[in-house]
Design a protein around this ligand. Structure first.
Ligand SMILES: Nc1ncnc2c1ncn2[C@@H]1O[C@H](COP(=O)(O)OP(=O)(O)O)[C@@H](O)[C@H]1O
Ligand SMILES: O=C(O)C1=C[C@@H](OP(=O)(O)O)[C@@H](O)[C@H](O)C1
Ligand SMILES: [Mg+2]
Length: 176
C-alpha cells in the first residue's frame, strides 16, 4: 500500500493533466492520470468509451481506477474532472492531500475549446461548462486540502504554488 504525494482535482481545463506532468517532473516523481489509465485498460479514448459504452460504464471504470490508484500510487495523481461525483471516490479522496486547481470560466472555455476529447461538453460546450463549474464548485471546495488558482498563470507557476503548499514528504519527491 502506498499514498500519493498529492491528488489534483478540478474542472476540465483547470490544467490537472498538464500541471500534473510538470509537478511530477519537478518532484522527480511520476504522474498517474486516471483518464490515461482508463484509456489503457479500455483500449480506447475516453470519448469513444462515452459513445460506445456510455457514461455509466466510464464512471464505473473511473471508480475502480481511482480506488486502485489511491491505494497503490506513490507519485502525483491527476483525476478526471468528474471523478469527484462518485461517493466512494470522494471517501477515498477525503484521506488524501488534495489540491483543487481553480479556473475562471473564460479561461477554462478557452483552454478546453471545442475539443471533442471531452464528450461531456458536447452539444453546447460553453453552457455545459458553465453549469458544470457551478454545480461542482462546492464538491471541489469540500475536498480540497489546498486550493491553487490557475487563471493567468503559466503551468510552471501553478507548480510553484503547489510545491509551496505540499507537506514535507511531497517537497522532496515522495521520499519518507
Ligand atoms: N495554466 C495554464 N495556462 C494556459 N493553458 C493551460 C494551463 N494549464 C493547462 N493549459 C492548457 O489547457 C488545456 C487543458 O489542459 P489539461 O491539462 O488537459 O486540463 P484538465 O486535465 O484539467 O482538463 C491544454 O491544452 C493545456 O495545454
Ligand atoms: O469532467 C468530467 O466529467 C470529465 C473530465 C475529463 O477529464 P479532464 O477533467 O481531465 O478534462 C474526462 O475524465 C471525461 O471527459 C469526463
Ligand atoms: Mg485531464
Amino acid at each position: 500500500m502506498s499514498t500519493p504525494i498529492t491528488v489534483l482535482i478540478g474542472p476540465p481545463g483547470a490544467g490537472k493533466s498538464t500541471v500534473g506532468e510538470a509537478l511530477a517532473r519537478r518532484l522527480g516523481a511520476e504522474l498517474r492520470d486516471t483518464d490515461t489509465e482508463i484509456e489503457a485498460r479500455a483500449g480506447k479514448a475516453v470519448a469513444d468509451i462515452f459513445v460506445e459504452d456510455g457514461e455509466e460504464a466510464f464512471r464505473a471504470l473511473e471508480r475502480r481506477v481511482v480506488a486502485e490508484t489511491l491505494a497503490e500510487w506513490d507519485g502525483v495523481v491527476a483525476v478526471g474532472g468528474g471523478a469527484v461525483l462518485d461517493a466512494d471516490s470522494r471517501r477515498g479522496l477525503a484521506e488524501q492531500h488534495v489540491v483543487y486547481l481553480q479556473v475562471e470560466f473564460e479561461d477554462a472555455a478557452k483552454r478546453v475549446g471545442l475539443n471533442q476529447a471531452r464528450p461531456l461538453l458536447a452539444g453546447n460546450p460553453r453552457a455545459r461548462l458553465k453549469r458544470l463549474l457551478e454545480e461542482r464548485l462546492p464538491v471541489y471546495e469540500g475536498l480540497a486540502t489546498a486550493t491553487v488558482s490557475t487563471s493567468g498563470r503559466h503551468p510552471e507557476e501553478v507548480v510553484d504554488a503547489i510545491v509551496e503548499l505540499l507537506p514535507e514528504r511531497g517537497r522532496n519527491g515522495g521520499a519518507r
